[in-house]
Design a protein around this ligand. Structure first.
Ligand SMILES: [Mn+2]
Length: 197
C-alpha cells in the first residue's frame, strides 16, 4: 500500500501553521501551538486513532486563541484530505463511544466528500483552564470543511468539562481510526455506489 502521509503548510496574516500526519502511524505526536489544552486534545486523536500527528503553529495569541484553533482545524483537515487521497480501499465510516468516568460521548464520521458538522455538546462551564470551550466548534468546523467529512459529535453525559472534551477527542480518534482503516477486500475500490467520493 502506498504511504498515507501528508504535510501541509498554511500561512495567513493571522497564523502560520504546518501539519504532518501519517494515517498508518502508531499514535506518536508532537505539538508546538501555544495552546496547550488543544495540544492535549489533539494528542488524544493521535493516541486513540493510531495516527502520527505533528503540528506547529505561530498564531496571533495576543488577541485570543480563536484564529489559531480554527486554522489548526483547517490545516489538519487539509492534511487528512491529502492523506486519504482517492479513498480507494477505505472503510469510509467510523464510529465510537468513549467514556471517561461520568462523561460519555459518541462520534460518527463519514469520509463522504460532503462537509457537515452536527455538534450537540453542552459544556458545564465556559472555560477549561485558559481554553474557551466555544473554540471546539470552530476547530471541528474547520476540520470538517477541509477534510470533506460528515461528522456527528454528541456528548451524551458528563459533568466535568475536561472529561467531556476528552471523551469527544478520544471518540474522534477511535472513529477516524475505523474509517481510515484500509480494507484489503476493497483494495482499489472506492466505497461508494457512485464510484467516487
Ligand atoms: Mn486530560
Amino acid at each position: 500500500m502506498e504511504q498515507r502521509t501528508a504535510e501541509v503548510e498554511r500561512n495567513t496574516l493571522e497564523t502560520q501553521i504546518t501539519v504532518s500526519i501519517n494515517l498508518d502511524g502508531v499514535g506518536k505526536s508532537s505539538f508546538a501551538t501555544g495552546v496547550p489544552f488543544l495540544d492535549h486534545m489533539m494528542d488524544q486523536i493521535a493516541r486513540h486513532g493510531l495516527i502520527d500527528i505533528d503540528v506547529r503553529a505561530n498564531g496571533d495569541l495576543e488577541i485570543d486563541a480563536h484564529h489559531t484553533v480554527e486554522d489548526i482545524g483547517i490545516t489538519l483537515g487539509q492534511a487528512f484530505a491529502k492523506a486519504v487521497g482517492d479513498k480507494k480501499g477505505l472503510q469510509r465510516y467510523g464510529h465510537a463511544y468513549v467514556p471517561l468516568d461520568e462523561a460519555l460521548s459518541r462520534v460518527v464520521v463519514d469520509f463522504s466528500g460532503r462537509p457537515g458538522l452536527f455538534y450537540d455538546v453542552k459544556f458545564t462551564r465556559g472555560m477549561i483552564g485558559r481554553f474557551d470551550v466555544d473554540l471546539f466548534r470552530e476547530f471541528f468546523q474547520g476540520f470538517v470543511n477541509h477534510a470533506g467529512v460528515t461528522l456527528h459529535i454528541d456528548n451524551l453525559k458528563g459533568a466535568n468539562a475536561h472529561h467531556i472534551a476528552e471523551t469527544i477527542f478520544k471518540a474522534l480518534g477511535r472513529a477516524l481510526r475505523m474509517a481510515i482503516t484500509a480494507d484489503p477486500r476493497i483494495a482499489g475500490i472506492v466505497p461508494s455506489t457512485k464510484g467516487s467520493l
